[in-house]
Design a protein around this ligand. Structure first.
Ligand SMILES: Cc1cc2nc3c(=O)[nH]c(=O)nc-3n(C[C@H](O)[C@H](O)[C@H](O)COP(=O)(O)OP(=O)(O)OC[C@H]3O[C@@H](n4cnc5c(N)ncnc54)[C@H](O)[C@@H]3O)c2cc1C
Length: 473
């Protein structure tokens, strides 16, 4: 159980300069940055092998002005990126943090590539909803598993210690909020207390805590949670107990395209390239191009809580760059037919309704027109047989609310001011998506995990080093 103990004179089994809780993208980027800044951090992770929600993701990090974009002639800028984030967040995101992440993402991706050997490139064959430039940077397999494995091997190469199978339960703090150390329980049940000069919370959000989802995001309380189970809201609970400022707790990343019953993510490329979603009545129900996050609740509101993605072979060839899509094909989740009527039969939806929707959409594409929901279609999105369909549902991927931080990733107090040595990054910190699912711009999750993780590691290290030189070793 997560708890905070106010214990000014506490003695610890060991003392280390910097502790990082969580070995996802945020924690490992924090660790690499800290090491580079001259401090030896210790990362504490509940699992035997680091994975987190990071491993479940597509591993795509949005970044503007990178050399990877430059090599492909893609024009982009930090200002354009920041404006895209804020537009999607309905101007609810903290502009200071938006600027920090928009500015920091390019250098972060290049740092991971150049210094730590992560072979990024830009996804250049479809644009994610809400982005005005091609700026999603991914690894060859387009999987978060590859991202976390490569980050872990960089951490190992740099001789950074990860204490695995250790769950932090308790934070020990002074009355003024200065963190003195943590109490953890090892896999076998042994308890230990480690003192620290600074603490980075990189233990993600509360998607894996049903009672917190019910409390903060009631619309998703009965939705499938598709993120990492170990993200149980510890940062929010510790923050609440410490008197930290919490922000945008209703914000989350949903996804309206999870193949069911296979539970495999179907990339939103199938929609952005010109596909549509229909319900079991064969009817479309909204503008799918707004984004996949808000689509989760829309799909769950349809009869049976499901929908069908409908697309064609051209679109399938774009989606096939994602391992998940290939897995969905191998699992038999993707249906194929040579006409809308035959596809409807395979889907067991009314053929006349699906055929009418399909005809209308193809007509709109021919004239590059908007539909009744406001979705803009384009001629190059036209589809041709064979057609495909996959049955999907909506799911909760991760929460976006959390601890409010300043421009150096330091945690803010509810009553103003900052905690002296407490930092937060990734899903533990309030994101840049505002207070609803609709504010989530693709990539906001790994953006705030990697950029704020690196930032927290760097600033925490600087602080620890400053203290060391003031107080002596
Ligand atoms: C299916 C899916 C697809 C996604 N796709 C994308 C994408 O393509 N792009 C994108 O930007 N975002 C995506 N996201 C979101 C993204 O994965 C997350 O925002 C990001 O991984 C968060 O990183 P993190 O380091 O904060 O958390 P995590 O990677 O979840 O790491 C947190 C770690 O903390 C550990 N932990 C928690 N509590 C404790 C404790 N008390 N003691 C010790 N350890 C603890 C956990 O075990 C976990 O390993 C996706 C998410 C999902 C679920």
């Amino acid at each position: 159980m997560s708890a905070v103990v106010v214990a000014p004179g506490e003695r610890f089994d060991t003392e280390v300069p910097l502790l990082i809780i969580g070995a996802g993208a945020a924690g490992l980027c924090a660790a690499l940055a800290a090491k580079e800044a001259g401090v030896d951090p210790i990362v504490i992770e509940r699992d035997a092998v680091p994975s987190g929600s990071t491993a479940l993701s597509a591993g795509l990090i949005p970044a503007a002005g990178t050399r990877f974009q430059g090599a492909k002639g893609i024009a982009d800028s930090v200002e354009l990126f920041a404006a895209d984030i804020q537009r999607k967040a309905h101007d609810e995101a903290d502009p200071v943090i938006v600027e920090v992440v928009a500015k920091g993402a390019g250098p972060l991706v290049e740092w991971l590539a150049d210094r730590h050997g992560l072979p990024f490139d830009v996804v250049d064959n479809f644009i994610y909803p809400g982005h005005s430039a091609l700026r999603m940077h991914g690894l060859p397999s387009r999987t978060g598993r590859e991202l976390i494995d490569r980050l872990r091997s960089a951490v190992e190469t740099n001789n950074i210690v990860i204490l695995t199978e250790c769950a932090v339960e308790t934070l020990y703090a002074e009355a003024d909020g200065r963190i003195r150390g943590v109490g953890l329980v090892r896999g076998a049940g042994a308890r230990e207390r480690i003192g620290c000069g600074a603490l980075v919370l990189a233990c993600n959000g509360y998607g894996g805590a049903p009672e917190l989802v019910r409390r903060f995001i009631p619309e998703m309380e009965s939705a499938l949670y598709f993120g990492h189970r170990g993200n149980r809201g510890d940062a929010v609970l510790w923050g609440e107990a410490l008197g930290a400022k919490l922000a945008h707790l209703g914000g989350y990343q949903g996804h309206g395209s999870l193949a069911t019953p296979h539970n495999i993510l179907i990339s939103w490329a199938v929609i952005m390239q010109g596909g549509i979603q229909v319900n079991v009545e064969g009817r479309r129900f909204c503008d799918e191009s707004r984004g996949y996050s808000e689509q989760a609740a829309d799909v769950l509101r349809q009869p049976g809580g499901i929908a069908w993605d409908v697309f064609d072979a051209r679109i399938a060839s774009v989606a096939r760059q994602f391992e998940d899509f290939r897995n969905a094909e191998s699992a038999g989740a993707i249906l194929t037919a040579n006409s809308a009527e035959d596809l409807a039969q395979a889907m067991r939806v009314p053929a006349a309704a699906l055929a009418a929707e399909w005809r209308e959409v193809e007509e709109l594409k021919s004239h590059s027109e908007r539909d009744r929901f406001g979705r803009q279609f384009a001629a190059e999105q036209r589809c041709a047989p064979p057609f495909h369909a996959v049955k999907v549902t909506g799911a909760l991927f991760h929460t976006q609310g959390g601890l409010a931080i300043d421009a150096s990733a330091r945690v803010r107090r509810k009553d103003g001011g900052l905690f002296p040595n407490l930092f937060a990054a990734g899903g533990a910190a309030a994101g840049v998506s505002g207070a609803t699912a609709a504010g989530y711009l693709s990539g906001n999750g790994l953006l705030t995990a990697t950029v704020l993780g690196g930032l927290a590691g760097r600033t925490a290290s600087r602080q620890v080093t400053r203290l060391r030189s003031t107080n002596g070793p």
